[in-house]
Design a binder for this molecule. Structure first.
Ligand SMILES: Cc1cc2nc3c(=O)[nH]c(=O)nc-3n(C[C@H](O)[C@H](O)[C@H](O)COP(=O)(O)OP(=O)(O)OC[C@H]3O[C@@H](n4cnc5c(N)ncnc54)[C@H](O)[C@@H]3O)c2cc1C
Ligand SMILES: NC(=O)c1ccc[n+]([C@@H]2O[C@H](COP(=O)([O-])OP(=O)(O)OC[C@H]3O[C@@H](n4cnc5c(N)ncnc54)[C@H](OP(=O)(O)O)[C@@H]3O)[C@@H](O)[C@H]2O)c1
Length: 493
C-alpha cells in the first residue's frame, strides 16, 4: 500500500478553460463570444471594434472566475498525469507531486491545444532553434533579435496563419512550408460579408443551421425543402458558392502573387467543407500583411535541420535562423492508458489503433454501416463530396472513432449505470462559449442522475450517426474530431 497523501473529493475537474470554468461555476459586450450570463465588454470599450483579443478572453475568464468564487477551488500549477478507474470513482495522480486525488465524479476538460505535437526531424548539431506555435509568446524576445532574419513556419491551419502574420509584422523574411499531401491551406472567412454583415452573427442564426446539412436538423418543412429537394439543395449550394467567392476575393487569391498558393484545396465551397478547418479574419490588415513580398510559400515537408538552414524531403535547402512548428497538438487523453481509452470510447492518438468495438459487446461495424446509409439518405448534399487531390486521409477506416454519447458520455460505462465520468470540449465549433455552457449543464445533470439515458443500442446508434455525419460533412477535420462548426443551434424549440 503506498503512503501517498490522498485527498478525497466529490467532483474533480481537470482543466480550467471555457469548459472547466463553467463546470466549476455550476458545481458551486460582444454578445457573440461569451457565457450567456456575462457579456464580454468590447475591445477598449469601443462597441465598433470587432476584435476579440487574447487579452480580452484572459481578462473575461479571470473576472468570471473571481466573480463566481472559483479561484479558491482551483488547484493551480497542477498537471494530472494519470487517471485510473476505482470501483466507485477515479484516482488521479499528479506530475511532480506525491499527492493523489480520489473523486466520485470526474470531468475531463483538458481542451485540445495544450500539449504540442512536434514531428520528429533529423537535427544536425547546432541546428536552428525550433519552437512550437504554443511558445511564440515566450520566444518573442529571441525572435525579435535583429540577427534572426529568416524564419521558417510549417503547418497550414490557424496557428500557422497567425504565426506568419505576427512574424511578417516583426519585419522577418518568412518562408512558409506547407506539406503537399495533407489538408492544405485553411479556409478563411472575412469578418464581414460584403463589408456589411458580421460573419459570426450570420453563423449564429437558425437559418445557418438549415443551410449547413446537419444530423441535428432532419425534421420540419425547411429541412425538407432545403435538404430533400433538388431545387433546395441547389439554393444551399449557391449560398456556399457565394460565401466562398467573397472569402476568396477578400483574401485576394487571384491578385497574381504568392497568396494564390494559399487557395484552399477545395475549389468551390471550401468555407463550407472546412476540410483543413476554418478561420475568421478579424484584423483589418491581415491579408495585406500576407501579401507582403517578404513572404515566400513552398509546398513540401521538412526532413532535417542544419546550422542555418532546413532541408525538405525533396532535397531543397532553405535559409533559416528559426523554425516555428505550427503542426498541431498532442494527446490530451494520455492521462488514460490504452485499456481505459478503449473502455471509455476514446480514439487512439495519431493513427495508434485502440481495440474498438465488438469485444466490448458492441458490434460498432454494424452501427457504422447503417449510420452511413442514413446520413446519405437524410442529407444527400453530403453524399457526393468534392474531388480531392489527396483523398487518402478520407478513408472511413482511418477515422478517429469517438464512441461518446453526445460527444461526452462513455457508452459502455453509462450502459452499466456508472455515471462517474464525462468528457468535455472535444466538439470543434465557432461558438465555444455557448457550446461549453450547454454541454456543461447537460453533463452535470447526467452525472447527478437527473437525466434518463436511452438504452445502449440507442446510444450506439446516436454515436455512429454523428461519426458518419461529421466525417462526411467536414472531411479531414471530421476524420479527426467531433467537428461541428456551424451546427450548434436547434432549428425549432
Ligand atoms: C492561439 C489560439 C487561438 C485560439 N482562438 C480561438 C478562437 O478565436 N475561437 C475559438 O473558438 N477557439 C479558439 N482556439 C481554440 C481554443 O483552444 C478553444 O476554443 C478553447 O480554449 C477551448 O476551451 P477548453 O476549456 O476546452 O480548453 P482550454 O482553454 O485549452 O483549457 C484546458 C485547460 O486544461 C489544462 N490541462 C490540459 N491537460 C491537463 C492535465 N493533464 N492536467 C491539468 N490540466 C490540464 C490546460 O492547461 C488548460 O488550462 C484557439 C486556440 C489557440 C491555441
Ligand atoms: N485565432 C484563432 O481563432 C485560432 C488560432 C490558433 C488556433 N485556433 C484553433 O486551435 C485549433 C488548433 O489549430 P492549429 O492551427 O494549432 O492546429 P491544427 O488545426 O491541428 O493544424 C495543424 C497543421 O499542422 C499540419 N501538420 C501536422 N503534422 C504535420 C507535419 N508532420 N508536417 C507538416 N505539417 C503538419 C497540418 O496539416 P495537414 O492537413 O497536412 O495534416 C495542419 O495544417 C483549431 O481548432 C483552431 O481553429 C484558433
Amino acid at each position: 500500500m503506498d503512503a501517498r497523501k490522498v485527498q478525497k473529493v466529490d467532483v474533480a475537474i481537470i482543466g480550467a478553460g471555457w469548459y472547466g470554468l463553467f463546470d466549476s461555476a455550476l458545481t458551486s459586450g460582444d454578445k457573440l463570444f461569451n457565457y450567456s450570463d456575462t457579456p464580454m465588454p468590447p475591445n477598449g470599450g469601443d462597441p465598433k471594434d470587432p476584435r476579440v483579443t487574447g487579452e480580452m478572453i484572459h481578462n473575461y475568464l479571470q473576472k468570471y472566475a473571481e466573480d463566481h468564487g472559483l479561484l479558491r477551488r482551483i488547484r493551480f500549477n497542477t498537471f494530472v498525469e494519470g487517471a485510473k478507474k476505482l470501483p466507485d470513482g477515479w484516482r488521479l495522480t499528479l506530475r511532480e507531486c506525491q499527492d493523489v486525488i480520489e473523486t466520485e465524479k470526474l470531468l475531463v476538460a483538458t481542451g485540445v491545444t495544450s500539449i504540442p505535437y512536434m514531428p520528429a526531424l533529423e537535427r544536425a548539431p547546432d541546428s536552428v532553434p525550433i519552437i512550437h506555435s504554443r511558445d511564440l509568446g515566450t520566444s518573442w524576445n529571441a525572435l525579435g533579435d535583429d540577427n534572426i532574419e529568416n524564419v521558417i513556419v510549417t503547418g497550414a491551419a490557424k496557428s500557422a496563419y497567425d504565426a506568419v502574420y505576427l512574424l511578417l509584422n516583426m519585419g522577418k523574411n518568412v518562408t512558409w512550408v506547407i506539406r503537399e499531401d495533407g489538408g492544405g491551406p485553411l479556409s478563411i472567412l472575412p469578418f464581414r460579408v460584403l463589408n456589411m454583415v458580421n460573419t459570426i452573427a450570420v453563423a449564429s442564426t437558425r437559418l445557418m443551421t438549415h443551410l449547413s446539412p446537419s444530423i441535428l436538423n432532419t425534421k420540419g418543412r425547411l429541412y425538407w425543402l432545403l435538404q430533400r429537394t433538388t431545387p433546395g439543395r441547389w439554393c444551399v449550394g449557391r449560398f456556399w458558392d457565394f460565401l466562398d467567392y467573397v472569402s476568396g476575393v477578400h483574401a485576394g487569391y487571384a491578385r497574381g502573387d504568392h497568396v494564390e498558393m494559399l487557395r484552399p484545396e477545395i475549389d468551390r465551397q471550401s468555407v463550407f467543407w472546412a476540410h483543413s478547418g476554418l478561420g475568421v479574419v478579424t484584423l483589418p490588415d491581415f491579408w495585406t500583411t500576407l501579401h507582403k513580398r517578404s513572404l515566400n510559400i513552398v509546398r513540401g515537408e521538412i526532413r532535417s535541420t542544419q546550422e542555418r538552414s532546413v532541408t525538405l524531403k525533396t532535397g531543397e535547402v532553405l535559409d533559416a535562423d528559426y523554425l516555428v512548428m505550427c503542426t498541431g497538438w498532442g494527446d490530451h487523453f494520455a492521462i488514460f492508458d490504452e485499456k481505459h481509452k478503449a473502455d471509455i470510447g476514446l480514439p487512439g492518438y495519431h493513427g495508434q489503433i485502440i481495440p474498438d468495438a465488438s469485444e466490448k459487446g458492441f458490434d460498432w461495424r454494424r452501427y457504422d454501416i447503417e449510420a452511413d446509409r442514413i446520413v446519405d439518405e437524410m442529407l444527400p448534399f453530403l453524399a457526393k463530396p468534392p474531388t480531392l487531390k489527396y483523398p487518402k486521409s478520407l478513408d472511413p477506416n482511418l477515422q478517429q472513432k469517438w464512441r461518446l454519447y453526445r460527444r461526452s458520455i462513455p457508452v459502455s460505462l453509462a450502459g452499466k449505470g456508472d455515471r462517474s465520468l464525462a468528457i468535455l470540449g472535444q466538439i470543434h465549433t465557432v461558438q465555444t462559449p455557448l457550446v461549453s455552457e450547454v454541454q456543461s449543464l447537460w453533463t452535470i445533470l447526467y452525472l447527478l442522475g437527473e437525466i434518463d439515458l436511452p438504452d445502449t443500442d440507442e446510444m450506439a446508434k446516436e454515436v455512429a450517426l454523428w461519426n458518419a455525419w461529421t466525417r462526411k460533412r467536414y472531411l479531414n477535420q471530421g476524420q479527426k474530431f467531433p467537428y461541428s462548426l456551424y451546427d450548434f443551434l436547434p432549428t425549432s424549440v
